[in-house]
Design a protein around this ligand. Structure first.
Ligand SMILES: N[C@@H](CCC(=O)N[C@@H](CS)C(=O)NCC(=O)O)C(=O)O
Length: 204
């Protein structure tokens, strides 16, 4: 059975959401960074980076959340969550790399400095600067989903899941969406999918 390493309140959420979209049976091994689980010698054998998520799919070990989701979608949902056309596949990669390089750091910085860090450790100016940095990527998304309901066109795909899961931190980071209403609608459509809700329920 597929094993997914990482507590649901980590980037493993992205993979748990994907597993639920795919209806896969899986076992979640709740490796927790807060209690040193990501540095345990046995865990470092499967992911020497000491990060979560990692999967073990019948002995095939893979880490990096975006790569894991692209792999699972391609293996279990080609023609549905994973596109068939080469160009659409490339666009799924484009959005996944883009999410990691253009969106993840600023949204996480805002989240830490507005919500997660103890109040005396928060840097309000850094959070505001991060929100400012997100302005352009959010506009890029807004323009795309103004033209089609999902990033690759008419249907929800791994591209939407990967980007929306990164942006799931935006609300708790209090990022203002008022200038990107189409993007906000798209994020809501993605986040309200039953599989996304089910993955979020695991975080409680
Ligand atoms: N680029 C990696 C980042 C993974 C990552 O940094 N995960 C965090 C949890 S959300 C982690 O494992 N931190 C624990 C640590 O660094 O000890 C991915 O997307 O999978």
């Amino acid at each position: 059975m597929l094993k997914i390493y990482g507590i649901p309140r980590s980037r493993a959420f992205r993979t748990l959401w994907m597993a639920k979209e795919l209806g896969l049976e899986y076992e979640n091994i709740p490796i927790d960074f807060a209690t040193g689980g990501t540095r345990a010698p046995d865990y470092l054998k499967i992911n020497p980076n000491g990060h979560v998520p990692t999967i073990d799919d019948d002995g095939f070990i893979l880490w990096e959340s975006m790569a894991i989701n692209l792999y699972l979608a391609k293996k279990y949902s080609r023609g549905a969550l994973y596109p068939i056309r080469f160009e659409d596949e490339a666009r799924a990669w484009q959005w996944s790399f883009w999410g990691m390089t253009e969106v993840e750091r600023p949204v996480l910085t805002a989240l830490f400095n507005r919500a997660l860090l103890p109040e005396d450790k928060r840097d309000a100016a850094l959070a505001d600067q991060s929100e400012h940095e997100l302005g352009r990527p959010l506009m890029v998304l807004d323009n795309v989903v103004a033209a089609t309901p999902y990033l690759l066109g008419e249907h929800f795909s791994v591209a939407d899941l990967n980007v929306a899961s990164i942006l799931s931190w935006a609300r708790p980071a209090r990022i203002d969406f008022s200038h990107v209403p189409k993007m906000a609608d798209w994020l809501k459509r993605c986040s309200e999918r039953p599989a996304a809700r089910a993955a979020r329920d695991l975080q409680r």
